[in-house]
Design a protein around this ligand. Sequence first.
Ligand code: FES
Length: 161
Amino acid sequence: MADVSRRDFIKVTTTIVGGVVAAGLGVPAIIYQLDPAFKAGAKEGWVPVGKVADMQIGTPYPFYFTRVQVNGWERTSTGHGGFALLQSEDPNDILVLNSRCTHLACTVNWDAEAQEYICPCHDAVFSKEGAVLSGPPPRPLDRYSEFRVTDGELEIFFKGS
Ligand code: FES
């Protein structure tokens, strides 16, 4: 068996201990740095948009909400909106329209006097129920077809943009 000098023994021991310490600190640090890259935020979900008690039959109730999308290190916040149109005394008898114009995605506004939605971008006009009355949009306003009323609160199921 070869003789190991005291100096060699210290070198080898120091190298081994240093390697273990570096691995103990380095591996968690690398995992911490990489972890967000493997995560994506949930896009879908139920979103509360308003109390049914605050809605009047036949009058569009505007709502607005934001969703934050997490994709790795990137966080993107987007705004969405629409109109809930209570159609009778039945709290489930609601038409829920998306306020994004079906032409080029501008936000339409409710004109209470004219009883129409107006798109400010290219002057499209939609009926109270979302049908195209004039202008370039190729189809009626989109609807949030999945919704529910929970404890008097209207919630829509948001599926992403
Ligand atoms: S974006 Fe609405 S009419 Fe063009």
